[in-house]
Design a protein around this ligand. Structure first.
Ligand code: HEM
Length: 344
């Protein structure tokens, strides 16, 4: 059987793989040297920022190691939290990985805040990385609070913002890679390239990410221009089964709610239904539905008053037709309880 994968689903899956793979690559590649060799040795080999931190007090060096480890864990686990299939199949794993990620962010954010005043980028680094550390821990706390209250929608929104901030660990390195050749083209000497490029990243690593996340969240909140809320929704209308689609292996930002069948006559939601004058605005009959009964077409207040329910005629006692009607129901009258009625 041929399967149709809608372009939107394909794009979401591709996007998820991009984020998952780049995050995993940086989560392993960036912290690994700091966790496997002494800082002095790394400084000699000029690895990352080791030379800058080897000269710092012991607690700053310790904070760097703790930060690198926790940042790596948060970055590695975060994309998994957006995999819709994993969430559906193993909700326990989503919760466990979520807790580990939040703890890693809390520790990574606190240590990042301690490192900010010692940043290689100077005061710009202190301001940029300091704000990032504060926002990172704040977003993690808000995502956690939302899910503790059972507010899944708010949890999802904070989780998207949180990932935009966590992904700064990747974008920082991508920006440095992009900026260095640009600066070289503008005549910056080769030995200064990294230092000059690094001045941009304390803010450039996360501000565009947050802006993109907000744009995505804003667009999600907008109703689709061609599919306004249907005015008349009498339930499952379209009996045609939906085309078989392969569900995306993953979904970075939660699968949108299923669209209503396209065959539905979408009408803008009326402001207020006003009695008889509204009859001209009544919905056209739905092509695939049996036409509504006149009662359905009318405004509730226009409907004919309900008729009183029909009463069964009171059974007449057959032994004494002239006697007062038997108060018992017909069924009771037929039941041989008292003897008199039943025997006759
Ligand atoms: C998103 C919040 C983050 C904040 C606030 C933050 C903060 C910092 C700060 C202030 C430094 C010192 C850099 C300097 O001297 O200028 C640093 C270095 C470092 N961070 Fe983060 N960081 C964050 C995310 C991450 C993530 C997700 C990772 C995971 C890979 C990570 C891994 C590292 C590593 C390995 C270093 C050592 C420097 C290097 O060689 O790149 N950080 N971070």
């Amino acid at each position: 059987m041929t399967t149709t994968v809608p372009p939107a689903t394909r794009a979401r899956t591709a996007g998820w793989w991009w984020f998952a793979l780049t995050a995993a690559a940086i989560a392993v590649y960036a912290p690994l040297p700091y966790l496997t060799a002494p800082l002095a040795e790394l400084a000699r080999d000029d690895v990352g920022l080791a030379a800058h931190y080897a000269a710092q007090p012991g607690w700053v060096r310790a904070a760097l190691l703790v930060h690198a480890a926790c940042g790596g864990i948060a970055l590695l686990l975060s994309p998994l939290q957006f995999a819709a299939r994993l969430r559906a199949r193993a909700p326990g794993m989503h919760r466990a990985a979520g807790r580990v990620t939040l703890i890693a962010i809390a520790i990574g954010g606190a240590s990042g805040l301690l490192l900010a005043p010692f940043s290689f980028a100077g005061p710009v680094g202190t301001a940029g990385f300091g704000s990032l550390a504060l926002l990172w821990t704040l977003c993690a706390a808000l995502a956690f609070r939302a899910i503790r209250r059972g507010d899944i929608n708010s949890h999802r929104r904070w989780a998207i913002r949180l990932f935009a901030l966590t992904y700064a660990g990747v974008t920082l390195r991508l920006w440095v890679m992009l900026l260095m050749p640009i600066l070289a083209a503008t005549g910056v000497p080769e030995e200064d390239l990294f230092e000059r490029a690094y001045l941009f990243v304390p803010f450039l690593s996360w501000l565009p990410n947050v802006a993109l996340a907000e744009l995505l969240l804003h667009r999600r909140r907008q109703p689709h221009p061609q599919t306004p809320e249907p005015h008349y929704n009498p339930g499952p209308l379209n009996p045609t089964p939906a085309p078989t689609t392969r569900t995306s292996a993953s979904d970075l930002s939660r699968a949108p709610p299923p669209r209503r069948p396209r065959t539905l006559q979408h009408q803008p939601t009326p402001t207020r239904c006003t009695r008889a004058s509204n009859s001209s605005r009544a919905l056209p009959p739905h092509p695939t539905l049996p036409s509504p009964t006149p009662e359905h077409r009318q405004h509730p207040q226009q409907r004919a008053p309900r008729r009183a329910p029909r009463r069964r005629p009171t059974p007449v006692r057959r032994d004494r037709p002239d006697a007062a009607p038997d108060k018992r129901t017909t069924a009771q009258a037929r039941t041989p309880t008292t003897g008199v009625t039943a025997r006759n």
